[in-house]
Design a protein around this ligand. Structure first.
Ligand SMILES: NC(=O)c1ccc[n+]([C@@H]2O[C@H](COP(=O)([O-])OP(=O)(O)OC[C@H]3O[C@@H](n4cnc5c(N)ncnc54)[C@H](O)[C@@H]3O)[C@@H](O)[C@H]2O)c1
Length: 350
């Protein structure tokens, strides 16, 4: 019998990369991607898997697509839809659930915080309730370094025991969801693991985030808005490395634990933008400093020793991965010109 894994948000940036990793590496796994498609363009992310002959499959309709080999299901729906979740969990009896689905843009959370709490916290809890009811053998929550809050330049990196001190409505919703996950493990012994990664970069990132915005504006010779003095520090992890780490934790992680996934590549926002401009052979004069983001965290930095002890360490070439990422966008220009759909909070300030 095939192992059945539900991936929520499997057409988002990280979810897309993770679905592709699972599909490529695990022929005996049946993947269910439940996504509400905040971006129209992401409906095509798994066209390669759904492929040619999918019209012959019974499940082929606008809400539920199935790949010709019956290994990939794409379901258009929300983790806030309890009726749909109930139906899916009852019908498919998932072995594992990995929750990538979230409203993920900090700027949007500052403008419209409530939807972040509802989507990211209640949505997670809906999934946990179903896992409990259906005795799912593993639930993985995909969380973020932002839950630890801001560090000073001289501070040591946060580890999994560090206090959660989120500073914006997005990170607060992620921290709250982490606490709910923890409570389901402690109270009901639901088998849960939480992963917290640094900022991801790579293919399929929606065009509202820093890297695609820098590439898009640079190609059009438009100014590149950078918050404040541009000296805020982020640690960057290549999305494919993060996905490999999540997959490793899925198979080797200890139930009830939290694992940090750092990229070991801390740079300022201005350095990141300058690097991209250099790759594109564009002038740094395109950079324009704009009013700082409210409550802008100065630095994130995580200690990765717990994951290393478990047997996984990211050793990748940041410059090469950044070049590959820029090239991916150059080869997929529709990703730079696409518009958000109405289901997403419509603010684009970065
Ligand atoms: N991108 C990063 O740098 C980063 C870093 C650490 C953690 N994370 C976390 O990883 C996860 C994925 O992030 P991402 O960057 O891929 O985000 P993303 O915004 O690119 O993708 C999120 C996906 O979830 C879907 N979604 C949102 N709400 C949903 C709902 N109610 N039901 C079903 N689908 C829903 C969206 O349609 C989208 O496809 C998030 O939980 C985020 O908090 C992201």
């Amino acid at each position: 019998m095939k192992n059945k894994i539900l991936i929520t948000g499997g057409s988002g940036f990280i979810g897309t990369n993770f679905v592709k990793l699972l599909y490529k590496n695990y022929p005996n796994t049946e993947i269910f991607n439940l996504d509400k498609f905040d971006f129209e363009i992401s409906k095509n992310n798994h066209r390669d898997i759904l492929a040619q002959k999918f019209l012959t499959n019974i499940k082929q309709n606008s809400k539920h697509k199935l790949s010709p080999d019956n290994r990939y299901h794409e379901i258009n729906g929300s983790i806030l839809d309890e009726e749909l979740l109930d139906k899916l969990f009852r019908e498919y009896k998932f072995d594992q659930v990995i929750n990538f689905a979230a409203q993920s843009h900090v700027d949007n959370s500052i403008k419209s915080p409530n939807i972040f709490t509802i989507n990211n916290v209640i949505g997670t809890q809906n999934l946990l309730n179903q896992c409990l009811k259906n005795e799912t053998s593993l639930f993985i929550q995909i969380s973020t370094d932002e839950v630890y809050g801001s560090l000073k330049a001289e501070d040591t990196s946060t580890n999994e025991e560090s206090t959660l001190q989120p500073n914006n409505p997005y990170s607060a919703s992620k921290a709250a969801a982490d606490c709910i996950v923890r409570s389901y493990y402690q109270t009901y012994q639901l088998p849960c693991i939480i992963t917290r990664s640094s900022n991801n970069f790579g293919p399929y990132q929606y065009p509202e985030k820093l890297i695609p915005v820098v590439i898009s504006n640079a190609l059009k010779n438009q100014t590149i808005p950078i918050y404040g003095d541009g000296l805020n520090i982020r640690d960057w992890v290549f999305v494919e490395d993060n996905c490999k780490a999540i997959d490793f934790i899925r198979q080797n992680g200890k139930i009830g634990e939290v694992y940090n996934i750092p990229g070991h590549s801390e740079i300022t926002n201005i350095q990141m933008s300058t690097e991209i401009l250099k790759i594109l052979n564009k002038a740094t004069s395109l950079i324009k400093y704009v009013e700082d983001r409210k409550g802008h965290d100065f630095r994130y930095s995580m200690d990765g020793r717990k994951l290393k002890k478990l047997g996984f360490e990211i050793q990748s070439n940041f410059s090469k991965n950044l070049k590959d990422t820029v090239n991916w966008y150059l080869n997929n220009p529709n990703w730079l010109s696409t518009k958000e759909t109405s289901t997403r909070v419509n603010v684009r300030s970065k």
